[in-house]
Design a protein around this ligand. Structure first.
Ligand SMILES: Nc1nc2c(ncn2[C@@H]2O[C@H](COP(=O)(O)OP(=O)(O)OP(=O)(O)O)[C@@H](O)[C@H]2O)c(=O)[nH]1
Ligand SMILES: [Mg+2]
Length: 218
């Protein structure tokens, strides 16, 4: 019987994605649009953060959004805030990749966009492995998920430029150990901008808006 051999092609798939991500970055830069890739577990607060951000900043900057999902539930919520938003139908994939994003980027008026917000698929593993050409990775962890997430999903936390610890309003009901969480984050990503926030009460979000104000060219 013929011998079975396993050939890893992972490297090549990643490289192809990186090339397409480079194309997206070039188009964003040519248009002067700053893009963020928001990643979190399902329910961590990606859409809530987008809604809050749009409400707070849409009078200061032109915001558009792209949402990776299989149904337009979040797209409809974001559109209700009065900004352009496109659904990238992921067909059930566990992440967005650059090719999927390229499929909708032409529908976004990048020339008239200062901030493009990409809501990735709810997952703490796969999205970290696929660059989208965004200028910054924004990872959201949330208090009910527990403080051990940086230890269990280091790849996601390692790649973050901004880390929002959301749902801090749950802190009094929780055994969440902020120092344990912070140590886990610092072990893999000491330079990350770490901001505890609550999309429910608004606590801490001013720091997030200021980070965006400092990075988005208007
Ligand atoms: N108490 C509290 N609830 C929050 C907070 N942020 C979000 N939620 C709630 O958490 C739930 C999930 O929030 P979403 O913003 O939809 O989360 P998501 O990450 O977009 O979820 P998926 O798109 O399904 O992956 C909703 O019921 C929100 O109202 C917060 O800071 N505090
Ligand atoms: Mg969502």
């Amino acid at each position: 019987m013929a011998e079975t051999r396993t050939i890893s092609v992972q490297q090549h798939i990643m490289s192809a994605n990186d090339l397409l991500a480079g194309d997206i970055r070039a188009r964003l830069d040519a248009a002067g649009a700053f893009a963020i890739n928001i990643m979190a577990s399902p329910g961590g607060g990606k859409t809530s953060t987008i809604l809050r951000t749009v409400q707070a900043l849409k009078s200061e900057m032109r915001i558009a959004a792209v949402d990776g999902d299989i149904v337009p539930v979040d797209v409809d919520r974001i559109a209700a805030e009065g900004i352009p938003v496109e659904l990238v139908n992921t067909g059930g994939s566990c992440h967005l990749d650059a090719n999927m994003l390229l499929g909708v980027i032409d529908k976004v008026d990048l020339e008239h966009t200062d901030l493009l917000i990409i809501e990735n698929v709810g997952n703490l593993v796969c999205p970290a492995n696929f660059a989208l050409g965004a200028h910054a990775n924004v990872v959201i962890a949330s208090v009910p998920e527990g403080a051990d997430k940086p230890y269990k999903y280091p790849g996601m936390f390692r790649g973050a430029d901004v880390l929002l610890l959301n749902k801090i309003d749950y802190m009094p009901l929780s055994d969440f150990d902020v120092e344990y969480f912070r140590r886990g984050v610092m072990a893999v990503n000491p330079d990350v901008t770490f901001l505890p926030v609550s999309c429910r009460t608004g606590e801490g979000l001013e720091g997030w808006y200021d980070w965006l104000r400092a990075h988005v060219r208007k």
